[in-house]
Design a protein around this ligand. Structure first.
Ligand code: GSH
Length: 203
């Protein structure tokens, strides 16, 4: 059994998508960021950065409990534990890692910067700059998904699970940042139809 500590942000969704899609048994412990529940001594003992998501796998490697933060580390941990969403072919695996890093380390931080700037001043040049950056990253994904069914080729991998977490947040908070991208929309519609994704997004 895994305890998930999360909220409905893109990083929180990434971890929950990982658990739902891999089918590992887990319990969601909602963390109210606005109330500072991520800064309590109990939470800081799990992640000194005071950030969600965190998992505690009570049946970790060697049967010992394992505490893990970082949404992409959680995604990879769940994929390895379940043996799912990780391509075996070395070339596809390399493409998957490239796609995963782009989804997790390009898209999500820029998204965070955009939402942070938007909360301060929706019309500032800084907000627009980050929004343009989000849009340009997603335009590259639109091009890639015009050539391949999924992020790393013909196989659904952890990269798709990671990108969808970011996409879902953009679509919910600033839909115009992903407008006019037919290949991305085709992929997103397929991802959104997956029952595990639907369960994962309900915070
Ligand atoms: N790189 C980390 C980032 C985690 C992160 O930024 N979490 C945010 C929510 S999306 C958070 O907990 N923010 C509250 C805070 O920093 O006080 C990951 O992928 O998990």
């Amino acid at each position: 059994m895994i305890d998930l500590y999360a909220a409905g942000t893109s990083n929180g969704m990434r971890a929950r998508i990982a658990l739902e899609e891999t089918g590992l048994p887990y319990k969601l412990n909602f963390v109210d960021l606005a109330k500072g529940e991520n800064k309590t001594p109990k939470f800081l003992a799990m992640n000194p950065n005071g950030q969600i998501p965190v998992i505690v796998d009570h049946d970790g490697p060697g049967g010992k409990p394992l505490t893990l933060s970082q949404s992409t580390a959680i995604l990879l941990y769940c994929a390895e534990k379940s043996g799912r969403f990780l391509p075996k072919d070395p070339a596809v695996r390399a493409a998957m890692l490239q796609a995963l890093m782009s989804a997790s380390t390009d898209v999500t931080p820029v998204l965070g910067a955009f939402f942070g700037a938007k909360n301060k001043d929706a019309n500032s040049p800084v907000t627009q700059m980050f929004k343009d950056r989000v849009r340009s990253l997603m335009q590259v994904w639109d091009g890639a998904l015009g050539k391949n069914r999924y992020c790393a080729g013909g196989e659904l991998t952890v990269a798709d699970l990671s990108l969808y977490a970011g996409y879902a947040r953009i679509k919910g908070m600033a839909p115009d940042a992903v407008e006019g991208m037919p290949n991305l929309t085709r992929w997103a519609d397929e991802m959104a139809a997956r029952p595990a994704i639907q369960r994962a997004l309900k915070f």
